[in-house]
Design a protein around this ligand. Structure first.
Ligand SMILES: [Zn+2]
Length: 468
């Protein structure tokens, strides 16, 4: 009989009521359902039925937003480090809903996937609030995708105007016009357009469940959210098309890039690696300070892929799966900017000796470079699309440095609201990081200057003008 221990909670009252402080006793002997019953009871919700988990979405997180397992292994805490407990009760749980009930339907899907994968679902209200904040309510109705009625068994198929799917292949695509469910459908379209569903016998429903689970596993950070995931994947897709390199890549490499970009920031807590290490967070302990975030993103991705329901790689041969997994992990780990110099150096070596597309090691680093480009590509986009991201990133940075100051931790000058100016930050980043990276890739991929590098230079001039 393992001993029980107290877990201190702050329960979101909702509707403007102040959070409620509660203490629950958790024991490793309890089952997942028993722990959830304890958490529901603490929130004043009685166990209503055996299916309570599909009626409610439960989210347990630390103050810094890191999600915690709401099961028998909740880490110990103190009254000073209370966890936030949020429970979303679904108004409707019918299996067939009209378009007006889409939000609820997605919540239910999210809850089901949550159960399947053991991952915590994001609270729908937070998503909607984020959408409102990012875009306001002024998105033209005509540009919104009209979704047909959905049923939980068979996700709705969404058709896009051919003009939209053509535009999707270009870096100028306006990513702000789409809400989250539509972005998931656009991601699904990329798999179809590369013919990957046919080539690998990937079921459309599996792909949609995978994307829905991914969407629910991004947090509503100002910057590192599902829309960033979409932007990075769309830019990778755009780069492949404008450079025609998609004709040189194998289907497995295209599948690798899509999954890597889609999963590259999963469950990002909104605080960077330096914070994880300096604050000795669980992630830094689990990964021994070695790229804790990127390792976590890849681990969450492969946790989602562990479930048959959401495993878009399950029909691959063993050899293909092994190769795909290896390259996906390499691409995600390559997005740690602490590795930037090292990866640039390797690629530069290949370029100087004459890049060889027949060499597997060189192709692998090319995939990493494409992922890196896509990850920091906002300034490739037109100013009205890219500029809001700068404010979002600074908001996330400032939140971190405020917290670091409050906790007495070291903080980086580029995150300090007392020191940073938007134009100064942009001029430095674009000039010293972006342009050298994209120019180096441009030595291997054609058409980069016109479609990709020229817009970056234009952005550099714009921010130089602002700081003058
Ligand atoms: Zn990213």
């Amino acid at each position: 009989m393992a001993t029980s221990y107290p877990v201190y909670l702050s329960i979101n009252g909702g509707g403007g009521t102040p959070p409620l402080h509660e203490t629950v006793q958790i024991s490793p002997d309890l089952s997942l359902d028993e722990v959830r019953s304890v958490l529901y009871a603490a929130a004043g919700l009685a166990e209503t039925s055996k299916n309570a988990d599909t009626d409610r979405v439960l989210r347990l997180s630390r103050a810094d937003g890191v999600l915690l397992p709401a099961g028998p292994h909740i880490p110990k805490n103190t009254p000073e480090t209370r966890y936030n407990l949020e429970i979303k009760q679904h108004a409707s749980n019918s299996s067939s809903l009209d378009a007006a009930g889409l939000g609820d339907a997605l919540d239910v899907v999210t809850a089901l996937l949550d159960k399947v994968t053991g991952l915590k679902a994001k609270v729908a209200e937070a998503q909607q609030a984020e959408e409102q904040q990012k875009k306001g309510s002024d998105a033209p109705a005509s540009r919104r995708v009209r979704l047909p009625p959905v049923s939980l068994e068979k996700p709705a198929k969404v058709a896009f105007d051919p003009a939209v799917t053509e535009q999707l292949k270009h870096p100028t695509f306006d990513i702000w016009q789409w809400q989250e469910p539509a972005m998931a459908d656009l991601l699904a379209h990329m798999f179809t357009e590369f013919d990957l569903l046919k080539l690998y016998n990937i079921e459309e429903d599996t792909l949609r469940r995978f994307l829905e689970c991914v969407r629910a596993s991004y947090n509503s950070n100002p910057f590192h959210n599902f829309r960033h995931c979409f932007c990075v994947t769309q830019m990778m897709y755009g780069l492949l098309h404008v450079t025609n390199v998609h004709e040189k890549l194998t289907p497995l490499e295209k599948l690798t890039l899509l999954i890597a970009c889609i999963g590259h920031d999963l469950d990002h807590p909104g605080f960077n690696n330096a914070y994880q290490v300096n604050a000795s967070t669980e992630l830094s302990l689990v990964y021994n300070d070695i790229s804790p975030l990127e390792n976590h993103h890849a681990a969450v991705l492969f946790t989602i892929l562990k479930s048959d329901e959401t495993n878009v790689l399950k029909t691959l041969s063993d050899a293909d799966y092994k190769e795909c997994r290896k390259q996906i992990i390499a691409c995600i780990l390559a997005t740690d900017m602490a590795k930037h110099g090292e990866i640039m150096g390797r690629f530069k070596g290949f370029v100087e000796a004459g890049f060889n597309f027949d060499d597997a090691a060189q192709r692998s680093v090319l995939l990493q470079m494409i992922t890196k480009c896509a990850d920091i590509s906002n300034e490739v986009r037109p100013k009205h699309v890219s500029e809001p991201w700068v404010d979002n990133l600074l908001e996330e940075f400032f939140t971190q440095s405020d917290r670091e100051k409050a906790e007495g931790l070291p903080f980086a000058p580029f995150m300090d609201r007392e020191k940073v100016t938007k134009s100064g930050a942009q001029v430095g980043f674009i000039g010293f990081v972006m342009i050298p990276l994209f120019e180096l890739v441009g030595k291997v991929l054609p058409n980069m200057e016109e479609h990709v590098i020229a817009p970056i230079r234009k952005a550099l001039e714009y921010y130089k003008g602002l700081s003058a």
